[in-house]
Each structure stands twice: as C-alpha cells, then as structure tokens.
Design a protein around this ligand. Structure first.
Ligand code: EPZ
Length: 422
C-alpha cells in the first residue's frame, strides 16, 4: 500500500486547479439511471469513489465511457439490466446507496444493501426510506437489504425532514422527479451540491424549484431526457487547499473556486489572520509570517462550517497562538485525527463532541495513520507545517477524494511524494 511522505517547512506559492466536487458527482452519476438517454458529466473528478460508482452503474446495465483528457464521463442507461446493488458494493462506498431512489423511480422496484455504519458515525438511512414511503413505496428490510417497490409508480408527497440531511434531500429529489404529481420537501439541506443536482435534473427535463433554499418544490414528469452538465467546483477541496496554504504559509490561487461556497471557512481564516479573497480566476489565500490567532467554531449544515473541513481546520489551529474550541455536531465520531495530530506534538483534549486545541510553537514530523478521507488530509496539512518528515499511511483514503494531491501541492513548492510502503 502507498504512503505519502512530506518534508515540512516549505512555503506554498502558485496556483492549484480545483476540480469537480466528489460529493456532487456521485449523486449526478446516480441521476443517469433516471433517463434512457445519455447524461454527459463534465468537470468530473477522477477518483476511486467516482470510478467505483461508475462500476456499480455498469453492473446495473449503464453504458459507461470516461473521456479522461476532457475530464468527462458519459453515462447511458438505455435499459436497466439489474435493479440489485449487492452488499459488497454498497459496503465499500456508502454513496452507492443513492441508486435506490432512481431505480425505484425508473423501474418501479430495487433491492439495495443497507450501507451500515462507518468510522465517522452510525449514519442511518431512515430519513431516505421514510421519504420513499411517503411517496407510496413499499419498503421492507430483509437480510440486510432494502427491498423497495412502487409498481404503479411513485406519487408526489409533502415531506418535512426532522433534521437536515444532505443525502436524504438528494435522494428524495432523485425519486420525486419522476413521481406522479407535486412533491414538497421541507427543512432540506442547502449545500451547493443540492443546487448542482437540481440544475442537472432540470437540464434533463425535471421541474425542480427552490434548491439551495429551505423548501424544494418538484413537479413530477413522466420521463427525463439526456443532458450535458458540468459538476460544481469542490468546496471541500477548495477549503482544504486554502487551509494548507494557511498552514504552510504562502500565497496560492485556487483556480475555479467559488468563495461563496466556503464563506464560513473564509470568515474563520480571516479572524485568525489569513487573507482570503475572490479574484477573477478563483480565490487567493495569503498567510503572512507569524502565529495565527485561535478561533472557535461548530460544524453545521451549509451555510455553516462544514464537518468535511473540521479535521483540516483542527490541524491548522494546532499551531495557533492560544486555545481554540471545536464542536462537531454532524457526526458522533469525527475526531479520530486528534490522536494522530498529537503524534506530531499537537495538544488536543477531546471530550464528547468537543475538542480543545491548545496551540504549540511547532509540530515535529512523525509516522501517522488515518481512518477516513478528511482526517487523512488533515495529517498532510499538519505535515506541511511540521519540522522534518511526516509519513501518512493508508493513502487509499486520500485517493477516494483528492485527485493528484501530491502533484497539486508539489507544483506549489511542497516537498511531498508518494512512496511504496515497505
Ligand atoms: C454527506 O453525507 C457527505 N457525503 C459527507 O461527506 C458529509 O460529511 C455530509 O453529507 C454532511 O455534509 C456524500 O455526499 C457522499 P447527512 P450524508 O445525511 O449525506 C444523520 C466525505 O468525507 N442521518 O447530511 O450521509 C447522519 O447520521 C463525506 O466526503 C440520519 O440519522 O450526510 C448524520 O449524523 C463524509 N438518518 C446527519 O444525519 C438519515 O436517514 C447528517 O448526515 C440520514 C442522515
């Protein structure tokens, strides 16, 4: 298995291109199941996760063509050959569960393995299933599988989510576009990925209004067409490199990034002394020399501070001049990077969903290991700022969500390389 070796202390200068958002791309890929005509996705991130999703789609009968040099994926679901997503596939990547809604809407039935928990939390799918039931589907759980049927089609429904869920909002949209009648979704997620999915579905002929707001209204249509859609820029990749530039000190342009999608992060970075501003080509981040000020934050649904940037921000605050408080409110077990950061000399006290980070003068490189994607990249960030060498093991986590990480950071002056683990 590969690992990433970083020799810290090099400032970052240059430009980093921001690619399409993984967490949008995966749902857009699932949307291809809704139409018998081709869906062409541009600005596709080429990642282990998006490749895996394409493999699952192929197993359901979708014709898959990657046009690598054009960063484009063409998906053509002329016929649905299978409506079963087996345990081995869903277990490896939770987002594959998202084929359930489109299969149910297009074919009238589907059998999809329950995703189960994962390292960052239990992550149930009860809200997804309740939404499908409200649309008239029969849902049974048998031997770890969700068996869903709506043989006479789904019907529009009014659904108020008890709390905000990105996945349930997207999944309900993916099913409701082909339901008979109107659907109203209340207390929905407002992440940029929701608006991106709505834009793509609308380009396919769906009638969705209000994506990005608190209430989404969908008028069901009988069929969808093909479309071409460019995946929205990845706000988590943007935020990650912004924090990396702040940690390593430097001056970096994040090309193609949208500052409005990282407004909560930008506010915190400014409060700690980092300059972050929109430019014609993207977002520029500059960190002057000297210690950063500590900041406190809670993770929240968009437009609040994203849980997917919490680990990276914690890595930055490890060297701030004072005490920062972080509260993780989305997932119950998302501080696994804290003991790994401590291996570099960070002082972090975790109690329940709260972490107190007491800034230290310097971090010193060490071998580390992480159990999830965002935690892994937080260790890379800490490694960029630490003295000496940091070895980040279990690189497959990084490959799930960060395309060309070493190349992008290396081009800005970071001393970073991928090595074969002995
Ligand atoms: C998405 O997960 C992202 N994944 C996550 O990114 C991200 O952290 C999360 O949204 C929050 O922004 C993808 O888009 C593939 P939720 P999702 O439903 O949709 C609970 C990454 O690193 N819940 O908004 O699964 C749930 O357990 C990943 O890229 C229920 O209880 O998140 C959590 O505590 C990690 N029942 C909370 O809601 C449900 O039916 C919010 O989860 C659904 C969710």
């Amino acid at each position: 298995m590969d690992r990433i070796a970083i020799t810290g202390g090099a400032p970052l200068a240059g430009a980093i291109p921001i690619y399409g958002a993984k967490n949008s791309a995966l749902k857009l890929q699932a949307a291809a199941l809704l139409s018998a005509e081709p869906l062409v996705l541009e600005n596709m991130p080429d990642l282990a996760d998006t490749r895996f999703m394409a493999q699952l789609l192929a197993s359901l009968g979708v014709e898959v063509a990657w046009i690598k040099e054009a960063r484009t994926l063409r998906l053509h679901a002329a016929d649905i050959a299978s409506t079963i997503a087996p345990y081995d596939l869903v277990r490896k990547m939770r987002a594959t569960f998202n084929v359930l809604g489109p299969l149910l809407a297009r074919a009238g039935h589907a059998t999809v393995s329950l995703p189960g928990g994962c390292a960052i939390g239990a992550r149930p799918v009860d809200l997804h299933l309740k939404a499908f039931e409200a649309m008239g589907a029969d849902i049974h759980i048998e031997q770890g599988y969700v068996k869903a049927a709506a043989l006479r089609g789904l019907r529009g429904a009014e659904i108020e989510f008890p709390f905000v869920s990105v996945g349930a909002t997207e999944h309900a949209m993916l099913a409701a576009v082909l339901a008979k009648g109107d659907t109203i979704l209340r207390n929905v997620a407002r992440e940029p990925e929701i608006a991106d999915l709505a834009d793509c579905l609308n380009a396919m002929g769906a009638r969705i209004e209000g994506a990005g707001e608190e209430e989404i209204r969908i008028r069901g249509v009988t069929s969808l067409t093909g479309a071409k859609h460019a995946v929205v820029a990845d706000r988590i990749e943007t935020g990650t490199y912004a924090i990396a530039a702040a940690a390593a000190t430097g001056d970096v342009l994040l090309e193609g990034a949208n500052i409005e999608h990282i407004a909560a992060l930008a506010k915190l970075l400014r409060a700690s002394g980092v300059s972050i501003e929109a430019e014609a080509k993207g977002v520029r981040v500059k960190r002057p020399n000297g210690r950063l000020a500590p900041v406190d934050f809670d993770t929240e649904p968009f437009p609040g501070f994203p849980t997917d940037l919490q680990a990276q921000m914690m890595a930055l605050l490890c060297m701030a001049d004072g005490r920062s408080r972080i509260r993780e409110t989305i997932f119950e077990n998302r501080f696994m990077h804290a003991p790994e950061l401590a291996r570099l000399g960070a002082q972090i006290a975790v109690q329940g969903n709260e972490a107190i980070v007491t800034g230290v003068d310097r971090l010193v490189g060490a071998p580390v290991m992480a159990t999830d994607l965002r935690a892994s990249v937080s260790l890379v960030i800490a490694g960029l700022a630490a003295e000496g060498e940091t070895l980040v093991n279990r690189v497959y986590h990084l490959d799930r969500g960060f395309e060309r990480l070493e190349a992008k950071l290396g081009a800005c002056g970071a001393r970073i390389e991928r090595q074969k683990e002995e």
